[in-house]
Design a protein around this ligand. Structure first.
Ligand SMILES: *Cc1c(COP(=O)(O)O)cnc(C)c1O
Length: 482
């Protein structure tokens, strides 16, 4: 294992990994083909390695990574479910993968049919009237949805600028409102994690553009007074935005459209089983009710029963939200997933996701403080408040899990719960996997009481220990220099 050295340090002059054919471009013609200022004055400092050494180096590096394919990944709010490999195969079909993005609609009928069909599937799943596949992330869907809401109010001659966001919402909600030029009004949750209706009544008014509701909330809880909430906001002339990134909990069971919501976004990269992490690629389709259709981003895909078209002639549209038509490759994977699961399969996904989360909660609440009495949805929250008495915090528990080969859950989020540990097992894990995780979590709770230093100093088995995370995020060193 030489994974601790960089390729540059492993380099030995004269070694090569592949034989390249001799260039048939005459040296002297380079000057005429490429401007002198763009030509290198000395050769690039490339590492020189044999093929086996090179392959071993990158294989060793890849083994340092942790992914859904290497183990249990219960990262709350992120839905790190297993992604069936058939989705990958389908996304690589040459008809999809090799299609040029500038092909004319006539040449891209299959791709347009897939997009159009996906819009219809997602409209059915969410209970909305139309869907745009353009946004490429959850937060991008939120921005799209808020722009639609703003355009709707403006078209009615109303200048509504306030977005009400409960404190249990995902952090992207207030961020999206701000990026959209709207003002966020935060309302406090009840002690049981639900929306405080009195606080909502006080917050709504003639300047309310929308309420953004994350449901299930970031506490993993289903909002209980949906009808009253919808009534209060609609009566004040505002619209209802549903953050549906947690759709994994409710597919085939309830639909945001039926609950009275006007706009919803989904995260295909979470619920619909496409690989994600490390910042991309994603897809955040947005569904809307009838009254918002005129404002949808252009181009809108239309179908006359015979052919598919890209309709650009939409005078009230908010315009384009992304180049071409979003992250097409992700949409193909999600399409393959929906087709292979079927309607009953999708409902089963949500039922099993909720069952797995409640199983974890039931097995851990004796050992860890559980702040909410109610059953959870697809994710559950425990805290390190008991362990804090021994000097062990949520971060320490997360780091100790690495020693046992598990990806840690989300910690310190949602921020309204002290020492939060947020576990989202997903439906793709077996009972044996959950039991293995539960056993290790119990072991760590025991260690916290008997050998707290071991937990406080974890991880002991990884290549790097505790990093300065602020420094790593603000001043990452990504370039090797001799
Ligand atoms: C993940 C998530 C988002 C943001 O999605 P991105 O694709 O990361 O932008 C928004 N809301 C909720 C509830 C989420 O879980």
């Amino acid at each position: 294992m030489n994974g601790h050295l960089t390729v540059f340090e492993l380099s030995k002059p004269g070694r090569i990994a592949v034989d390249m054919p001799t260039s048939d471009v005459p040296e002297e013609s380079l000057e005429t083909l490429v401007k002198a200022e763009y030509l290198r004055s000395k050769p690039a400092q490339l590492p020189e390695m044999s093929q086996p050494d090179l392959v071993r180096h990158y294989t060793a590096l890849s083994n340092r990574n942790f992914g859904v394919d290497s183990g249990f990944y219960p990262l709350g709010s992120c839905t790190m479910k297993y992604n069936p490999k058939v989705n990958e195969d389908v996304s690589r079909y040459s008809g999809f993968a090799d299609l040029h993005p500038l092909s004319s609609p006539k040449e891209a009928q299959g791709a347009l049919e897939l997009l159009y069909t996906m819009e219809q599937y997602l409209a059915e799943i969410t209970g909305m009237d139309a869907v745009t596949m353009q946004p490429v992330a959850g937060a991008h869907g939120e921005l799209t949805g808020l722009k639609l809401i703003r355009a709707y109010h403006r078209a009615r001659g109303e200048n509504r600028t306030k977005v009400i966001v409960p404190d249990s919402a995902h952090g992207t909600n207030p961020a999206s409102a701000t990026v959209c030029g709207l003002e966020t009004v935060e309302i406090k949750s009840n002690p049981d994690g639900s929306i405080n209706l009195e606080a909502l009544k006080l917050a709504v008014g003639p300047d309310t553009a929308a309420l953004m509701l994350t449901n299930p909330s970031t506490l993993g809880l289903f909002e209980t007074h949906i009808q009253e909430i919808a009534q209060i906001v609609h009566d004040a002339g505002g619209l209802l935005y549903y953050d549906g990134a947690n759709m994994n909990a409710i597919m085939g069971v309830v639909r945001p459209g039926d609950m009275g919501f006007d706009v919803v976004h989904l995260n295909l990269h979470k619920t619909f089983s496409t690989p994600h992490g490390g910042g991309g690629p994603g897809s955040g389709p947005v569904g809307v009710k009838q009254n918002l259709i005129p404002f949808l981003p252009t181009p809108v895909i239309t179908y006359d029963g015979n052919q598919y078209y890209l309709d650009q002639d939409r005078p009230q549209s908010i315009g384009r939200m992304h180049s071409f038509y979003g992250n097409f490759g992700v949409i193909v994977r999600a399409y393959a997933y929906i087709r292979s699961m079927g309607a009953d399969g999708l409902r089963q996904v949500s039922e099993d996701a909720v069952l797995n989360a409640n199983y974890c909660l039931s097995q851990l609440k004796e050992h860890y403080h559980a702040p909410f009495e109610r059953n959870s949805k697809h994710e559950c929250i425990i805290t390190a408040q008991k362990q804090k008495a021994f000097g062990v915090r949520a971060l320490d528990i997360a780091k100790r899990l690495l020693d046992y080969g598990y990806h840690p859950p989300t910690i310190y989020f949602p921020m309204i719960v002290d020492e939060a540990i947020m576990i989202e097992p997903t439906e793709t894990e077996s009972k044996e996997t959950l039991d293995g995780f539960i056993e290790v979590m119990r072991k760590i709770a025991h260690e916290a009481e008997t050998d707290e230093a071991k937990v406080q100093q974890a991880p002991h088995s990884t290549v790097v220990g505790r990093m300065d995370e602020a420094q790593a995020a603000r001043k990452p060193v990504v370039r090797w220099k001799d």
